[in-house]
Design a protein around this ligand. Sequence first.
Ligand SMILES: CC(C)(COP(=O)(O)OP(=O)(O)OC[C@H]1O[C@@H](n2cnc3c(N)ncnc32)[C@H](O)[C@@H]1OP(=O)(O)O)[C@@H](O)C(=O)NCCC(=O)NCCS
Length: 306
Amino acid sequence: MVNVGDSERAKKRLFLRVSPRQSQLVSGWASAFECHHPAPAVRCWHCDMKVTTNAPHRKLLRRGARGPAWESVLSEVRLQPDELHVWRASLACDPAKLNQMEATLAEDEKKRAQQLRFEKDRNHFIAGRGILRDLLAKYVSRAPAELRFRYGALGKPALDVEETQQSVRFNLSHSHGLAVFAFRLDREIGIDLELIRFNFATDEIAMRYFSPRELAEWRALPSNSRAEGFFLCWTRKEAYVKARGAGLHIPLDSFSVSLTPGKPEILESADSEQWSVCSLQPAAGFVGAVVGKGPDWRLRQYDWQP
Ligand SMILES: CC(C)(COP(=O)(O)OP(=O)(O)OC[C@H]1O[C@@H](n2cnc3c(N)ncnc32)[C@H](O)[C@@H]1OP(=O)(O)O)[C@@H](O)C(=O)NCCC(=O)NCCS
């Protein structure tokens, strides 16, 4: 188990408290994310702040950037055969933009949105699918509303095109108002994103989801790396099962990933020679991973602009 005293000290070391204005200076992203305290809590799990109200507040986790730079796109972006593109986007869109995006969704997507109980979840779903359509439309030179999706047996969406046609493959993940979208020509991909949550990264949960090898590597980490290591493991595993479109039908202890922060990403599975995994850090306090078929791809990262 993580020693409580150590974990408190670790949180204090990792978190940098800044005002929304400062956070804009540090990262245009941080101000888009709000932390909602679980009530009635003594401390907010996100920022370790003593909580007396339910009002959202904003905090920024200080971390170094990983991977290639996130590029702002000024002109057309084309997918090269050896490239895997990842886009990051805030799901907090203004009402006018949301209406515009909702109009591009298919009837089944609108229905799914309507079935969500909370407005915030509805808006995030609409924004997620709206942004996905906006990006895909640019890659395939079609209008967003014209795109049709089909779904795998376990729900993985794909563009509905003839088997014989070259196709843009995609996958997406969202967490706490942030989304990442991965695109590639013709070859499968999976992506996952998580906010680092200290109260979720427990021994009990690790025992339930991690392989024995992962558990041993995780337990060997110093306490101030455990939360990050936990979510590095989680996102790499999840990105792999999403690349295979299999959800939890792949037993989670049937394969292992490396999880030590700063060490290379390794996947050990019966088919590991077919896949490569790469970590993402799309915003402060979040980790992600993308898994793509083959060893021969190059990651490029972009910012989506409303
Ligand atoms: C969909 C699933 C694969 C991931 O769900 P999640 O982590 O809650 O959600 P994410 O935000 O990462 O991804 C959701 C998106 O994945 C896509 N998706 C849905 N089913 C999928 C599947 N079978 N394979 C790949 N992608 C899928 C969808 O685009 C979906 O978003 P949308 O419906 O808004 O378009 C889920 O069914 C699942 O099996 N989760 C396993 C969770 C778990 O226990 N992980 C343990 C890791 S150690």
